[in-house]
Design a protein around this ligand. Structure first.
Ligand code: AP5
Length: 216
């Protein structure tokens, strides 16, 4: 199973990725998590990416495509994977096709911009695992601690309101055109495409996605 989750920043891709990966036994490939790991490790890639990410812009396509090519060639991807936050431009989607990766499903999670700002201001993350929480909508069991390890949760640098608005603008300009790109691929029978309304509880959205994947 090769699945891609498409949606604005804060639409719930990371949250839903965890359920899907657990159910289908596939790894989650989040380019955002990979870039944040490079920033924490202080690699050359991390140093280049940090300023771009903090400004809410996109890291260049060639860098991202190299990261993805290396990741999907690893043995744990042999039976499929879930792409979270990639592709994000038409050039990245075409680059993926050139790697001869055939996606089974593209699922778009559709959430209005006003809701995104609320969600991202309350988001807290466990950096080492990528687990995602929200202070009100999806709180950890213990105040500001990861449910599994008990380690502290942090707020991402790019979740400040001004940066969130910039990320939304970049999403509408550079990533939203992928909806039509994959609708077209779907009409050609190359991939299955569905849009899931992203307003509702985390569990409601999860069930909508599972219903789509399982009906097929
Ligand atoms: P990335 O890490 O990919 O961020 P993003 O796409 O902006 O997505 P987010 O992680 O912010 O949100 P999400 O949709 O996963 O939502 P979540 O589940 O956390 O990218 C960061 C940066 O890296 C980019 O800006 C760019 O610079 C760079 N980058 C990454 N990939 C790149 C690429 N391919 N090309 C170029 N540059 C790239 O949920 C959000 C919050 O809402 C959480 O608090 C959650 O608990 C809560 N929530 C979730 N679902 C619900 C619900 N149903 N109801 C209420 N609250 C909910």
């Amino acid at each position: 199973m090769k699945i891609m989750l498409l949606g604005a920043p804060g639409s719930g891709k990371g949250t839903q990725a965890q359920f899907i990966c657990e159910r289908y036994g596939i790894p989650q490939i989040s380019t955002g998590d990979m870039l944040r790991a490079a920033v924490r490790e202080g690699t050359e890639l991390g140093r280049k990416a940090k300023a771009i990410m903090d400004a809410g812009e996109l890291v260049p396509d060639d860098i991202i495509l190299k990261l993805i090519a290396a990741r999907i060639s690893q043995p744990d991807c042999a039976n499929g994977f879930l792409l979270d936050g990639f592709p994000r431009t038409i050039a990245q989607a075409e680059g993926l096709e050139k790697m001869e990766v055939q996606l089974d499903w593209v699922i778009e999670i559709d959430v209005p911009d006003e809701e995104i700002v609320k969600r991202l201001s309350g988001r807290r993350v466990h950096p080492a695992s990528g687990r995602v929480y929200h202070l009100l909508y999806n709180p950890p069991k213990e105040d500001c601690k990861d449910d599994v390890t008990g380690e502290p949760l942090i707020q991402r640098d790019d979740d400040k309101e001004e940066t969130v608005r910039k990320r939304l603008e970049v999403y509408h300009r550079q990533t939203a055109p992928l909806v039509d790109f994959y609708r077209q691929r779907s009409a050609e029978g190359k991939v299955k495409f569905a849009t899931v309304p992203g307003i509702g509880t985390v569990e409601e959205i999860r069930d909508r996605i599972f219903q789509i994947l399982e009906q097929a």
